[in-house]
Write a new protein. Structure first.
Length: 317
């Protein structure tokens, strides 16, 4: 099976060669052949991005390779430039898997919304390159790329996720918890969508606005997001989408220093300020920019066991 590496958001110039090569070697050790877009380091107009036409040429090449995977170097900004083009090629996708994280949220959710194509959120080359990954985490990455079922438990410790800028201090994680004005919740199962809150907001008011009805909607953002920015984007999503018809909202973990780690503040924002009364809100979950973090399938299934603090991820809907 072949993995295609590209840079649909920020270009590859910020990736240290030793980190990039670590990730590529890990993919090869997992048994994948690797093809890298020749234009990953293009700096179009000095904006730190690739020209749209080059991205589409590479995606077209990937889409014609049956049983292949495409993975971005990392996120950034501007992947929504290619949404119309991606949809144009979507009918060519059969057994391929489109992966991404952060800014790629828009691409993954649009592919699922338009075609039913199951995509993988939480995996990019930066994630695979993390030198601190455990063997168990590498096994989960391989399982997710093979579209297999996997499970993970609530971590005991975590950090802010910025491994590429130096050693990170670890902190006690805390249990996954929930708010639900309608009663107790011990287990939640359903089809998962969502990802990065900021990227989801770029879809509002477009032909690709996501349908959250009866879904488990994952909402996460950069780990050190300003609480005011988080509140602003969350209100934007509520006003511009049907997220109030979701089965549940799954909130990703925040950085250890964030005010949003205070469950009382989170409760005030969701329940009192935004008046989300009838939807279970699960928080502290490791679909996030913090580490450890775990992937999930857009259009796949999540089974969240809050009593036993374990999550099962699968493609079976």
């Amino acid at each position: 099976m072949r993995v295609y590496l590209w840079t649909p958001s920020n270009n590859g110039n910020d990736f240290k060669p030793e980190d990039r090569d670590r990730g590529i070697n890990r993919l090869k050790n997992m048994g994948y052949e690797v093809t890298i877009d020749d234009c990953v380091n293009q700096d179009y107009l000095g904006l730190g991005i690739n020209h749209r036409s080059k991205l589409i040429e590479f995606f077209d090449r990937f889409s014609k390779d049956n049983n292949s995977i495409i993975i971005p170097y990392y996120g950034g900004l501007t992947s929504n430039r290619i949404l119309d083009d991606i949809v144009h090629f979507a009918d060519q996708l059969t057994n391929q898997l489109v992966c991404g994280k952060s800014d790629l949220t828009s691409v993954l959710n649009v592919l699922y919304e338009v075609t039913g194509q199951v995509c993988l959120y939480g995996i990019d080359l930066s994630k695979i390159s993390n030198p601190h990954l455990t063997e168990r985490e590498l096994v989960i990455i391989k399982k997710s790329l093979n579209m297999e079922e996997f499970m993970f438990n609530c971590p005991k410790e975590y950090n802010d996720g910025y491994w590429y800028v130096g050693e990170r201090e670890t902190f006690e994680h805390g249990k996954w918890g929930y708010f639900n004005e309608g009663g107790e919740v011990s287990k939640i199962s359903g089809i998962s969508v969502g990802g990065n809150l900021d990227s989801l907001c770029t879809l509002l008011g477009t032909n690709y606005s996501p349908d959250f009805k009866d879904k488990l909607v994952v909402l996460e953002t950069v780990s050190n997001v300003s609480p005011r920015t988080f509140l602003m984007n969350l209100k934007h999503l509520i006003m511009g989408s049907n997220i109030m018809d979701a089965q549940a909202i799954i909130v990703g973990k925040f950085a250890p220093s964030s005010l949003l780690n205070d469950k009382n503040i989170l409760y005030q924002l969701f329940i009192d300020e935004l008046n989300i009364q009838d939807i279970p809100i699960v928080y502290n979950v490791d679909f996030s920019h913090t580490e450890p973090s775990y992937p999930f399938y857009i259009g796949g299934k999540l089974h969240i066991d809050l009593e036993n603090q374990v999550i099962k991820v699968s493609t079976n809907s």
